[in-house]
Design a protein around this ligand. Sequence first.
Ligand code: GLN
Length: 390
Amino acid sequence: MPALSNRISYFTDSVIRRMTRIANTYNAVNLSQGFPDFDPPQELKKALEDVAKGDIHQYAVTWGANNFRQALAEKQSRFMGLPIDPDSQVVVTCGSTEAMIAAMMTVCNPGDKVIVFSPFYENYAADAILSGAQPIYVPLKPPEFSFDPNELEDAFRQGPKALILCNPSNPTGKVFSRSELILIAKLAEKYDTFVITDEVYEHIVYKPFEHIYFASLPGMFERTISCSSLSKTYSITGWRLGYLIAPAHMIDGARKVHDFLTVGAAAPLQEAAVTGLKFSDAYYEELREIYTDKRDFFLKGLDSLKLKYSVPQGAYYVMVDISEFGSKSDIEFCEWMAREVGVAAVPGSSFFKEDVHHLIRFHFAKKKDTLQEALNRLEGLAAKAKERKP
Ligand code: GLN
């Protein structure tokens, strides 16, 4: 038999999704793959029910149904503070996962370099391989996850085609400050580089932190492909609705990539999701409050277990330090914890380019009861970890 492609040997399956399978095997509380266990807004479920009875069951326009793009452009204009043309500056994709790979394939030739902050959401490394690009990693140093401007400029000196910016950041919960973003913008201008953003947690930011859209910085819309999705904002990760927003000439390219990757996102789901895109500002304020409450509840629980962590400023993840448990492998630790303690987390090493094995990622997009159950189970963690040591 002929060999399979080389590219598939350069990356593994997703560690995040593997942890979900492990969690299911051991019936562990799944705080690994980040998705809610609570309902989306009732209005969205009702809209989906109505759509199911209607006649929208065939392909939508490949780059997104007209009314979806219109509602999306109106909502994003409101939050980004930019005029967005629904007809020429938007492509609707199957989740932001497709948006990111489509963006990479739109801007990168094989061999081009892309700057990726590390730790990073695992898709970016696979996206780079699939699009033939080579990542240049710039460390975000724990516990604050700040970067060194000189290291960043060194990376820009290598002539990258693009920088990938996940803000608010998965897995760290870092929210980039205006001064950090301006510094990145100046370097992007100086070295003539594109910026591809992943802003899926744009509405999950904890006070006093605020999300600043990279494309909204002076002069940046022209060189930015903003990627995001409805998954986290409306608790509909299974609907797989994402999008890219960029200047028209980039969108022309992205439309072609998208067309041949997937043809289009599900038409009935786009139709139903218009209801969410039309929610007033109060919805987003409430979402922030709901997640602030979950974050505070879970962090308080971690405090009472005397676990050390970096306080997330946004997104719904927290990186916990497991150094005290003396495990050499965070992967093995997470598998053991799912099996013996009954709580699943993601091994931090899957997010880091550097050799970091002392962090694990929990997410807290769960009902309070679920979080409480996880905390109850984690009470036995220290004692069980001690027994486990040789
Ligand atoms: N973004 C979520 C996470 O980081 C879900 C990942 C996925 O499976 N698409 O856990």
